[in-house]
Design a binder for this molecule. Structure first.
Ligand code: NI
Length: 177
């Protein structure tokens, strides 16, 4: 397994629509294992393929004890609303309060190629909506008001100098920043 570099805001890949996965290959399984290792190294709770430079419609989530690989995920039900202060591994150290559904049901394919349905409430619901947004080229900052988005972008202008290559390289064992 390998820790993959994470692309940061400004990379056009984060704004591109992903392509549905048609077949679960060994290469895809390796990608998912690497994504889990990368997410752990970054101390994140979710990661989407575009964030590691890929175009597959696939993301992973890990909230408390629940961990899922979601291939071609689709939200099939949503209810309620919740406000959560979100961040993103591709926009380090920038946060913003986003309102989303407090419950979602997601239909996806797992790594065995089987159809699964995953329900999430509160943080898991927030996390799945955030990650599925990534697969449509959408970021949490897009949900902010004009003013809040401007503030977030100003914060990012200061942060982004830390990533001159446009990549966030995580070193195992080092405290994630
Ligand atoms: Ni994100």
């Amino acid at each position: 397994m390998a820790i993959l570099p994470i692309v940061v805001l400004g990379d056009p890949l984060l704004r591109k629509e992903t392509k549905p996965v048609t077949e679960v290959t060994d290469e895809l399984r390796t990608l998912v294992a690497d994504m889990f290792e990368t997410m752990r190294a970054a101390e994140g709770i979710g990661l989407a393929a575009p964030q590691v430079g890929r175009s597959e419609r696939l993301c992973i989530v890990h909230v408390e004890d629940a961990m899922y690989t979601l291939i071609n995920p689709e939200i099939i039900a949503r209810e309620g609303s919740i406000k959560w202060e979100e961040g993103c591994l591709s926009i380090p150290d920038v946060f913003g309060w986003v309102e989303r559904a407090s419950y979602v049901k997601v239909r996806a394919m797992d790594l065995e190629g089987k159809e699964i349905e995953v329900e999430g409430r509160e943080l898991m619901a927030v996390c799945m909506q955030h990650e599925i947004d990534h697969l449509d080229g959408k970021l949490f900052i897009d949900h902010l008001s004009f003013l809040k988005k401007r503030q977030a972008m100003a914060a990012w202008e200061k942060e982004k100098v830390k990533y001159p290559s446009g990549l966030r390289i995580l070193v195992p064992g080092e405290k994630a920043e």
